[in-house]
Write a protein that binds this ligand. Structure first.
Ligand SMILES: Cc1ncc(COP(=O)(O)O)c(C=O)c1O
Length: 401
């Protein structure tokens, strides 16, 4: 059972702002005290670089950094050398799309979808332009979901890459990735999974999923911002070229040529986000101590409770009642989402309004903008009630009641 009172104490922002109703965790989660302590401790007691110095402080920093890699690897059932620390999902996905500029050829196809966050779409759009490869979109079903059948309809011998979201940030829909990966591999295509929204909510096992690359961010799962993960199958990481070049990634350098270290170091050019990796490891330990299934049970219950209340308000259109992630995306007839979000802020209710960096979703829904309320483990039923009351208040205000 989730002990909500204890959990809220683990997130120091609530002691500073007890009234806060934070419903924007899909953008970034709140931060744990223990994560902040770990980051602090690194800066207070170490603060030095990793993999370089031949002195105790450097050894200790390296030990903590490499231990963080082990923690991440265990979290997703990967090998240690398959974990690359990056600045976040965006940089992980750009690295892979950048590396494939040397591999893709004119006529090759990259399968993607209209559900993608721009981080999972734009790097491939640019790589397609550089290489002459073609972007192919999986037709979404009426609800806006990716289905296996629709994926099959675009899969072909030309497919070389499948770059796809695991859970849509705008809709919260879960992609049937197991089946998709199986089919993609029958065509020898490489599957790159954007797990930014699934990592904070769903158990990820890269052995079971069998994806070739996967990316996620620390800041959406109670960890620090500025750190993320790129998982890659060992043989693929060793096959592709790095996207960034610099310190600690080269093996042998001569005047005209250089060779690279083995993965993951060849992808970690320059000083890595040491404190971020250490903080992320702490966030993962916390998530494991609660259990993702228990967390999901709680957030799913809040989502269901709020959906019921919200759907009773006249003029509210909900676009994703069946979403697997605890995300409610909606609009209120005749009122701009930004106006609603600004009114909600007066009651300390934080929601997202806009296109959520996934403009193709809005085009699919045929709207300019939506409101998105997203829940996480620290939310309670009082948050849901305040949110709904605040929506009614804002609606009445704009409708002149
Ligand atoms: C599905 C998805 N992919 C990618 C990203 C980009 O993550 P980051 O900004 O941490 O790089 C986000 C962030 O909102 C996201 O929700």
């Amino acid at each position: 059972m989730i002990d909500l009172d204890r959990i809220r104490k683990d997130f120091p922002i609530y002691s500073k702002q007890p009234q806060l109703v934070y419903l924007d965790s899909a953008a970034s989660s709140l931060k744990l005290k223990s994560v902040i302590d770990q980051v602090d401790s690194y800066y207070l007691t170490l603060g030095v670089n990793v993999h370089r110095g031949a002195y105790d402080l450097a050894y200790e920093a390296t030990r903590l950094y490499e231990e963080a890699r082990v923690t991440v690897a265990e979290f997703i059932n990967a090998k240690n050398e398959e974990i690359v620390f990056t600045r976040g999902t965006t940089s992980s996905l750009n690295m892979i799309a950048g590396s494939y500029r040397d591999i893709l050829k004119p006529g090759d196809e990259i399968i993607t979808s209209e559900l993608e966050h721009h981080s999972s779409l734009l790097p491939w759009m640019v790589t397609a332009k550089h290489t002459g490869a073609k972007l192919v979109y999986i037709p979404l079903n009426k609800e806006g979901r990716i289905t296996v059948e629709a994926f099959q309809s675009v899969l072909s011998d030309k497919t070389k890459i499948v770059a796809i979201t695991h859970v849509s940030n705008a809709m919260g829909f879960l992609t049937p990735i197991l089946e998709i990966t199986k089919l993609a591999h029958q065509k020898q295509a490489v599957v790159i999974l954007d797990a930014a929204q699934s990592a904070p909510h769903i158990e990820l096992d890269v052995q079971k999923l069998d994806v070739d690359f996967m990316a996620f961010s620390g800041h959406k799962m109670f960890g620090p911002s500025g750190v993320g993960v790129l998982f890659g199958k060992k043989e693929l990481l060793n096959l592709i070229e790095p996207f960034e070049y610099g310190g600690e990634m080269a093996d042998e350098v001569s005047k005209d040529i250089a060779t690279w270290k083995d993965a993951p170091l060849k992808f970690e050019a320059g000083t890595p986000v040491i404190s971020g990796a250490i903080g992320l490891a702490e966030a993962i330990r916390y998530i494991k101590s609660l259990g993702l299934n228990e967390m999901h049970e709680h957030t799913h219950a809040l989502q269901k409770y709020t959906l019921e209340k919200l759907s009773q308000i006249k003029g509210v259109t909900i676009y994703n009642s069946s979403s697997e992630n605890p995300v409610i995306t909606f609009n209120i007839e005749g009122i701009h989402p930004h106006d609603i979000a600004t009114m909600l802020d007066q009651d300390a209710v934080c929601v997202r309004a806009g296109h959520h960096c996934a403009q193709l979703v809005n085009k699919f829904l045929d709207v300019n903008s939506t409101l998105r309320a997203s829940f996480h483990i620290y939310n309670n039923y009082a948050d849901c009630d305040t949110f709904v009351e605040s929506i009614i208040k804002a609606k009445n205000f704009f409708e002149g009641f």
